[in-house]
Ligand binder design. Structure first.
Ligand code: SAH
Ligand code: SF4
Ligand code: F3S
Length: 441
């Protein structure tokens, strides 16, 4: 009997890429991958553990899925990903609906776990690996414009707030030839953009090759292919990598460069291994080499012992750098991390207020930057109809800004020159160059 599996994915792009790997493994073993939860024989949640609210969301989802199990007691439920790795057997103990717990390095065991679960046996696999990169697995992707390609797994940085080294294990890189082969295959299938993924892509290595070599090798496959990457750690960003971005037209002029805090004292407590001065120097160097580069970042409000003065340092760093965008979070203590033992002394209202100040500042800066683009011409890669309206299309600039254009005779994957006519802090609006504005009505 053909069994169908449905996977719901939460968390970062690594998890979305992993779901494609899991689907690749399951399809090869003869399972059907369901597009819809209704009627699936097994339902998996590929989970995130980065902050407590990410986990609360999963608990909420598990409890509102339990009616499915009441209706069909043979339905198999599984938890994959970072929460599976973090909580292990506790998940089975806490929630009687859960049949399978499987961590990020054990996805090859899933077919066996699923078969056992259909026989009524619960199963758990959460060993982390120093070598697993799933290099030989062909991820199951739906055709599209943009693909995510994991180039490494795990993280050795051990930032003191972060659970990732515990949920994803030690850092390891995929062989370069496997990555290049995969991207060549994506090009043949019509993909126009790839994002090379890792928790810290700057420390990628394969024999003598480093991340700059990998990026150049991928970019060389086709000058029309857009190449993106994330995430860069400020300590490991090499001059060669900056030069590679500057020298290749199809390596996007967009760098996600998390700073986390503007205070040297907090950066040291976070074990980020760079200072404010180093970070600002790096930004200056990047901007000198790549003048039109867009920068985004991650920042945490309310790390243990953070004073008003530390917080002001964070705001002033943001003012100094002027990021195009930012992901902004309240500190959330995670068990096993070193910061867990530093307590969580900043009251929630204070964290909330600091976060709001950070968000307000960033929104203003994003708006100011986007406004300077109004009236200018930008080239966008069209991704498809916009989420909000079916008479509009959305595309992205090289600098990763979302642009909405009126629907025309385009197809997804087209590179389109647009005239930017207005902007908010999050979105640009434009019309194709040469097409009169009345089209937008
Ligand atoms: N590897 C990437 C990002 C990993 S997680 C990097 O090093 O930048 C994404 C972001 O979540 C982090 O950059 C950080 O800003 C945030 N984050 C991680 N752990 C957190 C925690 N315990 N509380 C709040 N935010 C956290
Ligand atoms: Fe977490 Fe730091 Fe590694 Fe990023 S670099 S995944 S924040 S430990
Ligand atoms: Fe979450 Fe795991 Fe990614 S904790 S952010 S899904 S690496």
């Amino acid at each position: 009997m053909l069994r169908s599996i449905y996977i719901e994915t939460y968390g970062c792009q690594m998890n979305f890429a992993d779901t494609e790997i899991v689907n690749g493994i399951l399809r090869k073993e003869g399972y059907e991958i369901a597009a819809d939860i209704d009627g699936a024989d097994a339902v998996f949640l590929n989970t995130c553990a980065i902050r407590d609210n990410a986990e609360q969301r999963i608990y909420g989802r598990l409890s509102n899925l339990s009616h499915l199990k009441k209706r069909n007691p043979h339905l198999v439920f599984g938890v994959l990903g970072c929460m599976a790795e973090r909580l292990r057997a506790n998940l089975l103990e806490q929630n009687s609906d859960v049949d399978i717990v499987c961590g990020p390095d054990e996805y090859r065991k899933l077919p066996a776990l699923i078969d056992q679960a259909f026989e009524g046996e619960k199963g758990i696999r959460t060993q982390l690996s120093r070598v697993e990169t799933y290099d030989d697995i062909v991820p199951l992707r739906t055709d599209g414009i943009s693909a995510w390609v994991a180039v490494m797994r795990g993280c050795d940085k051990f930032c003191t707030f972060c659970v990732v080294p515990f949920t994803r294990g030690r850092e390891r890189s995929r062989p370069m030839h496997g990555i290049v082969r995969e991207v060549a295959g994506l090009l043949d299938r019509g993909f126009r953009e790839v994002t090379l993924l890792g928790q810290n892509v700057n420390s990628y290595h394969d024999a003598d090759a480093d991340f700059a070599d990998l990026l150049v090798a991928v970019a060389a496959l086709d000058p029309q292919l857009r190449v993106r990457f994330t995430t860069s750690h400020p300590q490991d960003m090499s001059d060669r990598l900056i030069a590679a971005i500057a020298e290749h037209d199809n390596i996007c002029k967009y760098i996600h460069l998390p700073f986390q805090s503007g205070s040297d004292r907090i950066l040291a407590l976070m074990n980020r291994t760079y200072s404010r001065e180093h970070y600002l120097g790096l930004v200056k160097k990047i901007r000198a080499a790549v003048p039109d580069v867009a920068l985004s970042t991650d920042v945490i409000a309310g790390f243990p012992t953070e004073t008003e003065e530390d917080h002001q340092q964070t705001l002033s760093l943001m003012e100094e750098v002027r990021y195009d965008g930012a992901f902004m979070f309240k500190y959330s203590p995670r068990e096993k991390t070193r910061a867990w033992n530093m307590g969580d002394d900043i009251p929630d209202e204070v964290k909330g207020r600091r976060l709001e100040e950070i968000i307000d500042l960033q929104r203003r800066i994003s708006y100011e930057i986007n406004r300077t683009i109004v009236g200018k011409r930008q080239r966008i890669l069209l991704e498809g109809p916009s989420k909000r309206s079916d008479v509009e299309w959305m595309g992205r600039t090289d600098t990763n800004k979302t642009v909405i254009v009126p629907r025309g005779d385009f197809i997804a994957g087209d590179l389109l020159d647009v005239h930017i006519s207005s902007a908010t802090s999050a979105t640009l609006f434009g019309r194709p160059v040469g097409i009169p504005a009345v089209e937008a009505a």
